[in-house]
Ligand binder design. Structure first.
Ligand code: SF4
Length: 237
C-alpha cells in the first residue's frame, strides 16, 4: 500500500496533490485546521475540490475570539459545509484543569487534554489526514514530507514546500481574507495564553510558547521532538 501511494502521488504538491488525494479518498480523508494565520490557503484549496470535505477544528476553549470570528468568516466565504468543532472532554477538564490554568504549569498536559486526545477521537474512522504545515516554519517542520505514514494512516502535507512568499501570493491571487491578528504583528496563531505577537518569515513561530522550549502542541510532536504518548486505545498523530 505504501509504495503504491507514494508512487501514485510522486512529484505532486499544493492543489495538484490535494485534488487527487481528496478524490481518491473521498469520505476517508480529514483536514486538520487551526483557522490560524495561513489556514486560508489550504482551506481554499479544499473548497475548490469538495466543500463537504471534513475539516477538524480543535476548539480548546483557549482561542482568541478573533480566531473564532475568522473561522466563521472563512467557513462562510469558502462555503465549507463539514467543519467539525471538536472540544475537550468535560471529564478531562474537570479532573485535570478545573480552573483553566493547567497551561501555566504543564503546557504539554494542557495540549494533551485540549488537543491531542480530542483529535485522536475525532480522527477515528479516517484513513487520511491533511494539514497545512510548511517546512519554512523550521524546527521539527523543516524536514516535512509531502506524504508519510503514521500508525497506518496516510499523512498529507500539500503545502510542505510553500514559502512565506508563496502563501502571500496565493492569498492575494485568490483574494482571501487575513486573520485579524496578522494585522497587528502575529505571524503564527494558536491559543491565546500561549501566543504572543511576533515572529518573522525566518522564524514564524517565535510567538508560540515564547520563553519556553516548547515548539509544538503535541498533536505532531512534544517539545522534545518525540511523538506524544497516546492514551491507551487512541490513535497517535
Ligand atoms: S496551546 Fe496552550 S492553552 Fe492551548 S492547549 Fe496547548 S497549553 Fe493549552
Amino acid at each position: 500500500m505504501d509504495r503504491f501511494i507514494f508512487e501514485s502521488y510522486a512529484g505532486l504538491e499544493g492543489q495538484q496533490l490535494l485534488g487527487p488525494i481528496l478524490r481518491d479518498f473521498a469520505g476517508k480523508a480529514a483536514v486538520i485546521s487551526s483557522f490560524g494565520a495561513e489556514s486560508a490557503v489550504l482551506l481554499h484549496m479544499v473548497s475548490q475540490v469538495d466543500k463537504a470535505t471534513p475539516v477538524i477544528f480543535l476548539d480548546t476553549g483557549k482561542h482568541f475570539w478573533e480566531t473564532l470570528s475568522y473561522r466563521a468568516k472563512l467557513i462562510d466565504q469558502l462555503g465549507l459545509t463539514a467543519v467539525r468543532i471538536i472540544t475537550p472532554a468535560t471529564a478531562d477538564l474537570s479532573t485535570r484543569d478545573p480552573d483553566g490554568t493547567l497551561h501555566k504549569n504543564s503546557a504539554d498536559a494542557c495540549c494533551r487534554i485540549r488537543k491531542a486526545i480530542p483529535l485522536a477521537k475525532a480522527l477515528e474512522g479516517f484513513e487520511v489526514t491533511i494539514s497545512g504545515r510548511k517546512r519554512y516554519h523550521g524546527a521539527a517542520r523543516a524536514t516535512l514530507d509531502f506524504l508519510s505514514i503514521a500508525d497506518g494512516r496516510l499523512k498529507v502535507e500539500p503545502l510542505a514546500g510553500f514559502s512565506a512568499l508563496d502563501i502571500a501570493a496565493y492569498m492575494k491571487t485568490h483574494d482571501l481574507p487575513h486573520h485579524p491578528l496578522t494585522e497587528i504583528g502575529y505571524f503564527s496563531i494558536g491559543c491565546e495564553p500561549c501566543t504572543q505577537a511576533g515572529g518573522t518569515a525566518a522564524d514564524p513561530r517565535a510567538g508560540r510558547w515564547s520563553g519556553s522550549a516548547k515548539t509544538e502542541c503535541g498533536i505532531h510532536w512534544t517539545q522534545s521532538g518525540k511523538d506524544i504518548v497516546p492514551p491507551a486505545g487512541s490513535v497517535r498523530h
